[in-house]
Design a protein around this ligand. Structure first.
Ligand code: GLU
Length: 307
């Protein structure tokens, strides 16, 4: 499904592309829709194309693609090509892992989750970072461990921090560890897929929820190892419930369908989202006239769902 392009889109092929990349594991809620609107506004206001990517690496849980695309179109998003599906791109991910392996950047890891959680770590190691248990196994040890369980593949990272530039957060330095490049069931992980897909689609601007800011350094580092261009990041504030927590299903009417049952149609939701961004009501093309990244609210938006 491709929504018709707006006039802004038709004149915007000069410089790169922005994107929205939902995981189709449930209906989009008002927080996801607000991030999507922001991604669109950032892209279009900078003359970029706008693309969608369906992050369906987990096929078991990926069932809501059509509804998500319908809801994005209903709030006024337009996109310039058929959405890309990660489930159809495994060969690309495997090719990237093969390139890294050829460069000596990959090692087999046999650790279980609990072994990783219980392993001793350096005093200042960031929480959750892989402690390096399998980094220097001998060939004999690897051969023995392969008998017990299939290996995951990990990146042999040569830095433990990396800095990215974010339009809203400035220079942000965050931890990088030996991240997984291929899970032990053969599935490619999100951190690899996102880097490959953004580059393959010519995406040079990544606007997404602020919860992913801490993932950006490892993704940018991985991109640098693969010789892929840097992207411009903008990690935008999340939408929270009145208790200050990320919106979740239990927060009531937060999807377009549920809000429609309370008398708020997609246009009203769009205007609510625009108001939360200090933008006047109207179409997204009209919002482009006043959109200025510098004047966006920097804190979370508290959303109180009607019940
Ligand atoms: N698929 C991720 C999500 O729905 C977003 C990933 C990204 O924008 O890089 O949260």
């Amino acid at each position: 499904m491709t929504a018709p392009s707006s006039p802004a889109a038709r004149t915007s092929t000069a410089a790169g592309a922005g994107r929205f990349a939902p995981s189709p594991t449930g209906d989009l809620h008002v927080g996801n829709l607000r991030t999507a609107v922001l991604a669109w506004l950032f892209a279009r206001s900078s003359g970029r194309a706008f693309l969608l990517r369906v992050e369906d690496l987990d096929p078991e849980r990926s069932r809501t693609e059509a509804g998500q695309l319908r809801d994005l179109a209903a709030v006024g998003l337009t996109w310039d090509a058929a959405p890309v599906r990660q489930s159809e791109r495994t060969a690309l991910y495997l090719a990237a892992v093969a390139r890294l392996a050829e460069a000596g950047r990959v090692y087999e890891c046999f650790c279980t989750r609990s072994e990783i959680a219980d392993a001793p770590r350096a005093p200042h190691a960031p929480p959750g970072a892989y402690p390096g248990t399998c980094r220097n196994l001998t060939e004999a040890e690897r051969a023995r461990r392969r008998q017990d369980r299939p290996a995951a593949l990990r990146l042999r990272a040569e830095v433990d921090h990396y800095t990215v530039n974010d339009l809203l957060h400035g220079a942000y330095t965050g931890p990088v560890d030996d991240l997984v490049l291929l899970r032990n069931d053969g599935a490619p992980p999100y951190n690899l897929a996102v880097v490959i897909d953004d580059a393959a689609s010519g995406i040079d601007q990544v606007v997404r929820g602020g919860d992913l800011l801490t993932s950006a350094p490892r993704q940018a580092y991985l991109a640098s190892l693969l010789g892929l261009p840097e992207v411009q990041y903008a990690h935008v504030p999340l939408v929270v419930n009145p208790e200050g927590r990320r919106l979740a299903k239990r927060d009531g009417a937060i999807t377009l369908a549920a809000m429609a049952r309370n008398g708020l149609d997609a246009t009203a939701v769009r205007d609510l989202i625009l108001a939360s961004l200090n933008l006047p009501p109207g179409t997204l093309d009209e919002a482009l006239e006043t959109f200025a990244p510098a004047s966006l609210p920097r804190g979370p938006w508290t959303f109180r769902a009607a019940s």
